[in-house]
Design a protein around this ligand. Sequence first.
Ligand code: F6R
Length: 367
Amino acid sequence: EKGGYEHFMLKEIFEQPKSIHDTLRGRLLVEEGIIKMAGIWDHLERLNQAQKITIIACGTSWHAGLIGEYLIEEFARIPVEVEYASEFRYRNPIITDKDIVIAISQSGETADTMAAIKMAKEKGAFVYGICNVVDSSISRVTDAGSYTHAGPEIGVASTKAFTSQLTVLSLIALKLGKHNGHLSNQEFMKLITELDALPKKVEEVLESTHENVKEIAKHFIGAQNFLYLGRGYNFPAALEGALKLKEISYIHAEGYPAAEMKHGPIALIDENMPIVIIAPKQGHYDKIVSNVQEIKARKGRVVALVNKGDTQVASVADFVIEFPETSECFSPIIASIPLQLLAYYIAVYRGANVDQPRNLAKSVTVE
Ligand code: F6R
């Protein structure tokens, strides 16, 4: 059932061209120039009149939510907040019947997310679910929703469900923006064409980075800490990269917005602190270049994720992983893939059980 792969996690990483394609299938109709999503279309007015959208989730799904915030605010211009379900449910948040809550959950069974949804509903909010497991508890209790259609995810560390969550959030943001007039038709067409190209690019990045990442991973088997840095859309991708590493390899890792480095974490940087930095061409590239220089000046070992053909970051980094260019807003989908592979191989070389990491369960049905 592992389809020839050593672990479910690796199989699921390699399934992503297909899972993203399945998420888009029947929804993204590039030739007609439309995004078809019944859950959004049927409630368009309510969604577009929202005073604010609050995204609630846990773990990896919460990271997807952070990227969802960037997407929805950029393209639909609706204010978005992202909260851990466990915090939201215990802090008496301001939620009324003018609010929209988006709950994201792969399993659709997470106890804190479920309880947060119930509370939001009691306060009158309209709750939209993004779940992977069909007919799961969360998908049944929400007012409307979209499935991610990534297929069953067996590995405890979430991989393909995450990229499918990002894909659904992209579809939602673009559809809302198109219908509320914040996104020009030209811009919309450009973005959906890019979205349509993602499965191909994900395939490309898997092929072009797999062997390279496998080699790079060997250099970090003994690491005790890691920093992951990114800016803008790739800041949450850095958080997710760090989470992947810690949960399966048991190496301590932290994600940070690259610019926050100088507000604390820079004190940690020396030759024993490897740093993974996501540095695509768009999204304040120059600033990232200076971040990398600051790290190198302190002897940190840098693994840089850059676009194909990059020279500036690539020439100072110790290890370079190249990934294909896409619109900035979709770059976390591509950049996450070598980060999943990096976490996977470091964990495998350390002899860890990547599919069943210690102390973790696939769905967290107790709080
Ligand atoms: C990380 C991971 C967890 C889950 C979290 C939420 O790889 O798997 O952090 O993302 O427990 O689970 P769902 O999405 O099922 O609500």
